[in-house]
Design a protein around this ligand. Structure first.
Ligand code: 4FV
Length: 259
């Protein structure tokens, strides 16, 4: 898999591309990331890439020509028969999520365009962008951090990137629910014990406890996720009991959320 990143701040990616899992995987050639400076595609001697907005208003807008040339050159350098998927990181895009990360992990070549200033000229989106993608409903100063988030979320799904001790299988959202709580040594931290079941060695009881924790947490924190999660009858019973309990309609078993 190949990523091309188009940005006005290429050096922002330096550490990101050498450190940690990404750095190791790049060194092993599991995927490739090319970072290009959009300013290299400006033709005037001041290497201008932004200009004032038509219609007035604050700030500047990224000009269509330098950015258009940059995208065209990267597309032209794609491997034969490969049509790159070109993404503009922008708060006006569809929200990025794990499902999208899985879909991108199936692509051979993804181009990530990082906006700056007030945004990019709309004619770039209309002529050269396949998808606009938002990291979330907040405003950053540039698309670089969203681009890094996409690269990290996608590449950890590629075979060989995660070490054997890590697995994407159990990741939050992978099964549509929030992840269960994690504990490690010591058994008691500031008078807070690890839940007994996790020390029991009873793998079925541990599985059931973790599933219940995921269900209850998702119900409490992200009920919106429950609509699309694949729930078993056992899951539905757990949620119903939790609801009944929440409404004080029975079920004397204490919510041993953290017991
Ligand atoms: C953003 C986001 C984001 C908006 C103006 C860059 C900034 C500036 N990108 N998800 N949220 N971008 O805030 O992706 O051009």
């Amino acid at each position: 898999m190949r990523f091309d990143v188009l940005t006005l701040f290429p050096r922002l990616f330096d550490a990101f591309l050498v450190e940690s899992l990404i750095g190791k995987a790049l060194a092993r050639g599991i995927f490739e990331v090319r970072v290009r400076d959009i300013r290299d595609f400006a033709t005037d001697r001041h290497r201008t890439v932004d200009d004032r907005p038509f219609g007035g208003g604050p700030g500047m807008v990224m000009m269509p020509e330098p950015l258009g040339r940059a995208i065209d050159e990267v597309k032209a350098s794609a491997s034969a028969g490969v049509k790159p998927l070109t993404i503009l990181l922008s708060p006006t895009g569809r929200r990025f999520d794990q499902e999208t990360a899985v879909r991108y992990a199936g692509q051979e070549h993804v181009i990530l365009v990082c906006g700056r200033y007030e945004g990019v000229d709309e004619r770039v989106s209309r002529t050269r962008i396949d998808e606009e993608l938002s990291l979330g409903d907040f405003v950053l100063s540039g698309g670089e951090i969203p681009a890094m988030a996409v690269i990290e979320a996608v590449t950890r799904l590629l075979p060989g990137v995660l070490g054997k001790e890590e697995s994407a299988e159990e990741d939050t959202f992978t099964n549509g629910l929030l992840e269960y709580p994690h504990y490690t040594r010591p058994r008691v931290f500031e008078d807070l014990p690890v839940p007994e079941v996790l020390l029991s060695g009873d793998h079925e009881a541990i599985r059931a406890w973790r599933r219940r924790q995921s269900l209850v947490r998702t119900r409490e924190r992200r009920p919106d996720l429950l609509h699309s999660a694949a729930l078993s009858d056992e899951d539905r019973e757990v949620l119903l009991a939790f609801e009944a309990e929440a409404w004080g309609l029975g079920g004397d078993e204490k919510d041993e959320a953290d017991s």
